[in-house]
Design a protein around this ligand. Structure first.
Ligand code: HEM
Length: 148
């Protein structure tokens, strides 16, 4: 992803001493990040087929919904009310989502955030992705915890 706004600290004219990435501040930032993430996820050798074959994902309609989810997580907008676990339970029944897939998903997601953003919200987004993926693994792959 091309980072749209990178703050560059200059001490002397033209001399860049350090480059600081900005934090995630808006829905636009979330959308840019997600666009970049799904480009990579679709093309990934391990998890790409979930999005292209198992549940062909039309990003033009889905990205706004996924952005609603992350806006609710990061900015408490209450913009998302569906049950993400149930949705992935359904995908899991079509084709098993195993820990190895979730790990790859998190790895790509985290790397995409780190490319362009740094700060409190960027950290929160990475932490939530990681903890939701861990919970998903438990719910999908350990039957005795299905009632959690
Ligand atoms: C290997 C891991 C994963 C795969 C293969 C995967 C795949 C998918 C697919 C195919 C959809 C579209 C579902 C549909 O249209 O019915 C979807 C939706 C979604 N996923 Fe995932 N996902 C994964 C992990 C995650 C994780 C860890 C999160 C959150 C941290 C997440 C958040 C979402 C959200 C918010 C939606 C939108 C659901 C909606 O339509 O309301 N996914 N995912």
């Amino acid at each position: 992803m091309t980072c749209l706004r990178i703050f560059q600290k200059r001490i002397h004219k033209h001399k860049i001493l350090s480059t600081e990435l900005k934090d995630i501040e808006s829905r636009g930032d979330i959308e840019n990040m997600l666009n970049s993430f799904y480009k990579k996820a679709f093309a990934n050798n391990l998890i790409g087929r979930f999005f292209t074959e198992v549940v062909p994902l039309d990003l033009s309609t889905h990205l706004p919904v996924i952005a609603d989810f992350w806006e609710a997580v990061l900015f408490n907008t209450h913009s998302y009310r569906k049950n993400v676990m149930e949705i992935h339970q359904h995908i899991h029944q079509l084709s098993a989502i195993k820990k190895v897939h979730l790990d790859r998903w998190v790895q790509i997601f985290t790397a995409t955030i780190d490319e362009c953003f740094a700060g409190e919200k960027a950290n929160l987004m990475k932490q939530r992705a990681q903890s939701i993926a861990a919970l998903m693994d438990v719910k999908l792959n350990y039957k005795q915890f299905n009632k959690l």
